[in-house]
Design a protein around this ligand. Structure first.
Ligand SMILES: *[C@@H]1O[C@H](CO)[C@@H](O)[C@H](O)[C@H]1NC(C)=O
Length: 404
């Protein structure tokens, strides 16, 4: 049956890359959070994604991609336990070093943005308080740039300036990496969750002020064997950490061969969403993109589709705006299939419904991103826990395989 919704419609490297060995592998830790924090974070997904993908790439809103990462709190609550952490707790973060000797930071590795930024030692904002801060006076490899970076979003802003220093990621040392030292956050109640900054892995078409993103520098400085990186995002259920591999992939973490889908626009890691099927129903869409986003939790899609799917699974909106499902029904709900590069990737209900301490939350989140960028779906961790992904910058394509 066709349903028309009237839409305008890191461990060891793979055998073939083993020369570089484990040095390029970064373990990704998962943060722990209280159930109520998880619920609040999930409720905020829509806003997060909206900020991230709206208008990105256009000159006037260049800053939006970095800034959206911190503007997570809508209610303006204060204190050090700020809601931004609700967003990003239980995200997958890893450690990097900046400077000589290296100053350590926990960062989110984000395929949905392209900048590297960390809090500056000069930051007096409360959001910086509990976090590692970069102090360039303590680094012998620091080079001043000083270009002011002002990242605006609505009435809120993040301010800082460009600096240049040695970056260490695993055993990789990148020379002269430019990044943003964030010195001030105003109108924004943010602490960066349980990590300090963001390590953007997006294309170099979107970063601020012509900065070269760190992975592009690794490729330019010939520090990686292949111009690709790969994510394995563990499931809490099996207790593993995740893994990010720079320069290849780890075939021990997936089953069978990788299947590839071409990047449709160099900006985000975005492929064509060729077909969507829910149970036996094929959802008819116009040309639609799917951004594969390692720092998004849910499956964000056009509102009509989300409403349709939530109705199909009997999800009811609660007082906080979340769509909840009776957990007892989950085993009998239909599967959702997404087609990329001619291959169907199937999510079962246990994948697209999150069970947070006995409360079942639908992952189908509605948001309309207008043309020309949209319509676009954002495919987050719900999908990435099931499928291993390889981001091939050299060939502008994303590889998928069932994660092990
Ligand atoms: C700072 O970096 C930007 C971007 O790479 C560059 O255009 C600019 O010339 C640099 N400025 C200084 C003072 O080094």
């Amino acid at each position: 049956m066709k349903v028309s919704l009237g839409l305008a419609a890191l461990g060891l490297l793979a055998a073939c890359h083993e020369a570089a060995a484990a040095a390029l592998t970064i373990p990704l830790k998962k943060t722990r959070e209280a159930p109520e924090e998880t619920l609040q974070r999930l409720a905020n997904t829509r806003r997060h994604v909206e900020q991230k993908y709206f208008g990105s790439g256009s000159g006037a809103q260049r800053g939006a991609m970095v800034e959206q990462e911190v503007l997570l709190n809508e209610d303006g609550s204060t204190g050090f336990k700020v809601p931004i952490s609700n967003y990003m707790n239980e995200q997958y973060y890893g450690e990097i070093g900046i400077g000589t000797p290296p100053q350590k930071f926990k960062v989110l590795f984000d395929t949905g943005s392209s900048n590297l930024w960390v809090p500056s030692a000069e930051c007096r904002s409360s959001g910086c308080f509990t976090h590692s801060k970069y102090d360039h006076t303590q680094s012998s490899s620091y080079a001043k740039n000083g270009t002011d970076i002002s990242l605006l979003f609505g009435s809120d802003s993040l301010k800082g300036y460009l600096s240049e220093d040695t970056l260490t990621v695993g055993d990789i040392t990148v020379e002269a990496q430019q990044f943003v030292e964030a010195t001030k956050e105003s109108g924004v109640r943010f602490a960066f969750g349980r990590f300090d900054g963001i390590f953007g892995l997006g294309y170099d078409t979107t970063p601020v002020e012509g900065m070269v993103p760190p992975f592009h520098n690794m490729v330019n400085q010939q520090l990686v064997k292949e111009p690709m990186f790969s994510f394995y995002l563990s499931d809490t259920a099996n207790g593993n950490d995740g893994e990010l591999v720079h320069g290849g992939y780890n075939s021990e973490h997936f089953d069978g061969d990788l299947k590839w889908a071409g990047v449709r626009r160099r900006g985000h890691w975005e492929v064509d969403l060729e077909a969507v099927q829910f149970g036996d129903d094929e959802i008819v869409m116009g040309r639609t993109g799917a951004a594969i986003d390692t720092t998004s939790s849910m499956l964000v899609m056009p509102t009509m589709v989300a409403n349709y799917l939530n109705e199909k699974i009997g999800a009811k909106q609660d007082f906080a705006g979340r769509y909840t499902v009776d957990c007892a029904t989950v085993p009998s709900l239909p599967s959702l299939s997404l087609t990329f590069g001619g291959v169907k990737y199937i999510l079962d209900a246990k994948d697209y419904v999150l069970n947070v301490e006995g409360e079942c939350i639908s992952g189908f989140t509605g948001m309309d991103i207008p043309e020309p960028l949209g319509p676009i779906w954002t495919i987050g961790d719900m999908f990435l826990r099931k499928f291993y992904t390889v981001y091939d910058l050299g060939n502008d394509r994303i590889g998928f395989a069932l994660a092990l």
